[in-house]
Write a protein that binds this ligand. Structure first.
Ligand SMILES: *Cc1c(COP(=O)(O)O)cnc(C)c1O
Length: 405
């Protein structure tokens, strides 16, 4: 045998009884079948066998199983990003003539996808007011196939009456999908919203693993979780056709971080609440948007869902926004953000470094935002720094930006 052939067929046996706690990185496009009969009979739709790298490896199957458990679902499919998970759900479930309903405070690219590719495919969308169950009810028609939900909403953090919205979708026979990035499978159980009082749950969740599950600000990944065998089948078929797999190195990074996620989530939650409470006493901030604050829109719904006997303080993601008093012009809001030293200007959240981002809602919202004070919105994503340092940073930036009385 030639050296090149020998190199490829060099004997290799995976280490037996190598029981390390951490899952290995299994890399493959090709998976070898012992014979043609095995190739023909191996099932690629479920996790009973390996067929091709794109359809799963021990590394990705393990991550999928852990995420399904985390979120209280049964099946999980990984996607290359949180947005790819949203797109996968849309492409798998919607066809020409269908309509999808999206909350006004949804993760903005969810709406952009509907305005772009979905419109091109003849799929229409409507934007509903997440704080008004009647508004959603009025928009559901026989063409409505899917309702997106988000709790809390992006940037403005309104917490919807998720139980009522889900019950409405069930009553009207419409599928509902929750962007579960904020709750991360920890703050509430999306598939069992009213434990002990009958099963009220969403049909499927997507999760930007880029945020808390990764926790490092260095991986992009998403997941789709469902309890339904039928939905899992439809999503898996689309997965086969769309070919959106994830790399095993990235999957292993998420597996590594997943174990510490509940601790990180709580630490960032506590720090965010401390800072949000401090912000309420700053006159430059006319409103502080954090669902655990009684003054925040939808606080009672957050309380209903996220405060439990196991978590009497409730759980919330380490993220909140402030409305800068309308007397300050845009350039001063920018100056405030620029003056922050520890909070870096950047998208995403859930990593060790605190981030800040100013938003101009005028360009992104279509429904009434009467529940909000006028002014520009600045979002803070809390990292793992010492909370006192972060508090001092906000104070010095208010001073440097000229936002103090
Ligand atoms: C970040 C985010 C996404 C998208 O995740 P990516 O991995 O960045 O594509 C989706 N939904 C919410 C709520 C997010 O915060």
């Amino acid at each position: 045998m030639s050296r090149s052939t020998d190199l490829i067929h060099h004997a290799y046996l995976p280490p037996a009884e190598f029981e390390a706690p951490q899952v290995g990185v299994f890399k493959a496009s090709t998976v070898i079948f012992p014979n043609v009969a095995a190739m023909r009979t191996r099932e690629w739709m479920d996790k009973s066998a390996y067929t091709y790298g794109l359809h799963g490896t021990p590394t990705t199957f393990t991550l999928e199983e852990r995420l399904a458990t985390l979120e209280g679902g049964k099946h999980c499919i990984l996607a290359p990003s949180g947005l790819a998970a949203i797109a996968h759900v849309d492409f798998a479930l919607l066809k020409t003539g269908d309509e999808v309903l999206i909350p006004d405070n949804a993760y903005a690219p969810n709406k952009s996808l509907a305005e772009g590719e979905l419109a091109q495919f003849g799929i229409t969308h409507q934007v509903y007011d997440p704080l008004d169950v009647n508004d959603l009810a009025a928009r559901i028609t026989p063409r409505t196939r899917l309702v997106w939900l988000e709790a809390a909403g992006s940037v403005t953090m309104e917490f919807p009456d998720l139980v009522a919205l889900v019950q409405l979708c069930k009553a009207r026979g419409v599928l509902c999908a929750l962007d579960n990035t904020w709750g991360a499978g920890l703050a509430f159980n999306a598939f069992d919203l009213t434990p002990g009082h009958g099963e009220v749950g969403v049909d499927l969740t997507i999760h930007a693993l880029t945020k808390y599950p990764s926790g490092g600000g260095d991986v992009l990944m998403g997941s789709i979780v469902t309890r339904s065998d039928e939905l899992a089948r439809v999503l898996k078929l689309s997965h086969m056709r769309l070919g959106t797999g994830v790399g095993p190195n990235d999957a292993e990074m998420v597996l590594r971080s997943l174990a510490s996620m509940p601790l990180r989530y709580k630490a960032q939650d506590m720090a965010a609440r401390t800072l949000a409470a401090c912000c309420t006493s700053q006159t430059a901030f006319s409103q502080v948007l954090h669902p655990a604050l009684t003054s925040s829109p939808g606080h009672e719904h957050w309380q209903q869902l996220c405060v439990t006997s196991q978590e009497p303080e409730g759980l919330a993601a380490g993220i909140f926004s402030v409305v800068i008093d309308a007397r300050f012009p845009a350039h001063q809001v920018d100056a405030f953000c620029d003056s922050l030293k520890l909070f870096k200007i950047g998208y995403s959240w859930g990593g060790p470094m605190s981030l800040v981002m100013p938003y101009n809602l005028g360009t992104s919202r279509t429904r009434s935002t009467a529940h909000m004070k006028c002014g520009r919105v600045v979002r803070f994503c809390i990292g793992l720094e010492d909370v006192n340092d972060l508090q001092r940073d906000i104070a010095q930036a208010l001073h440097a930006g000229g936002l103090l009385p």
